[in-house]
Design a protein around this ligand. Sequence first.
Ligand code: ARG
Length: 457
Amino acid sequence: ILPKPWDGRFTETTHHLVESFTASVNFDQRLYQYDIMGSIAHARMLAQVGVLTTVECQQIIDGLTAIQQEITQGDFNWSVALEDVHMNIETRLTQTIGTIGKKLHTGRSRNDQIATDIRLYLRHEIDLINHELTQFLTHLATIAEREVETIMPGFTHLQSAQPITFGHHLLAWCEMLLRDKARLQDCRKRVNSLPLGAAALAGTSYPIDRHYTAQLLGFDTIAENSLDAVSDRDFAIEFTAVAAIIMMHLSRFSEELILWSSTQFNFVELSDAFCTGSSIMPQKKNPDVPELVRGKTGRVYGHLMSLLTLMKGQPLAYNKDNQEDKEPLFDTVDTLKNCLQIYADMILTLKVKPEAMRAAAYRGFTTATDLADYLVRKGITFRDAHQIVGQVVRYCIENNGELDKLSLEVLQRFSPQIEPDVYSTLTLEGSIAARNHIGGTAPVQVRAAIQRLRTQL
Ligand code: ARG
């Protein structure tokens, strides 16, 4: 049996169930490179302030570097008896470089160590996720530009409302993702703060230089309070909240893609490469990828709730409860990255069906608002115009007509102000071109919006 690094005051051995129950090494080993990075910085700082000699420091760094290589190559023997990534690496260090290895933990605790590891890990992952978001946005901008004149119905209540362009619709997605990027950057500021130096909870009696450690590890700030430093997991909750919002957005996109690729809508077709078939129905092509993204949103929401609940009852400072932060956090990162990557690729292969979109945009009297606006331009108040057009629509429903197909004589029965120039405002193109202001669906505005978007990427 391996001796525990903390067993000096113990007289009995750990119950066999407790050993695996308390161990985190099976999941926290993925933090190994951050753990080693943090340990190297800590050793350097200890040498800088004279707690370690330069020779000792170098031996420790060499030993840790060799261990890093062992782990990367898959030659490292992880031991559940050694509980977590920290004690596995530290024990191995002492095995390989001898007694000097036992000096590494001077002025440090696993409590500030793990807090540092997760922050280094999360900072790295945030940068990767930010890159994925940018990639996805770039692809969306490409498709939006291509579809700047493609007419589709815009919906409210999932009822046809007014004609828009598909490009404009895609830019709505872009806006959501841009805000997500901003949220992520904001969250990164609070992630990038150094806990190391807090030791177990109260700080340490060695003359440490936390600024130096922060500088070595690229932290922008230093956690001000040692109790807070070891027990704060807000940063992980905040990240997971940002992730939950991103997943919520992806889930909405998914819902639209699923609806639009149905036989009933037939607006788009996902590439075969992103669909699967049915084991019984030979004709089926199912939008599994968006469906799974929609489904995985649930697990990320769950992780957010897990982390919030994990923290709500904890007194200061560190409690072992915190070990439960890792699996939800890791799974949030993995899920989010996978979903963003697959979405970025999938969206480029999306086949658009402009005829079907256009036909759908035409159905449902979608230019009724344009007719009301036309009457306003002829001097009628908007409320009265609304009433008049409502009656025109009712007439169309009862007589199987369409707004732009009614004769001038019929239209004038509803309002004598209607003149032959009405017909240009009743076309889909006319309706779209009329919405010519920042944020509107007119192609000229959408093109300008795409240019502005690109400057933000
Ligand atoms: N594995 C622990 C965690 O994930 C590391 C810190 C352990 N600290 C302690 N005092 N037991 O939180």
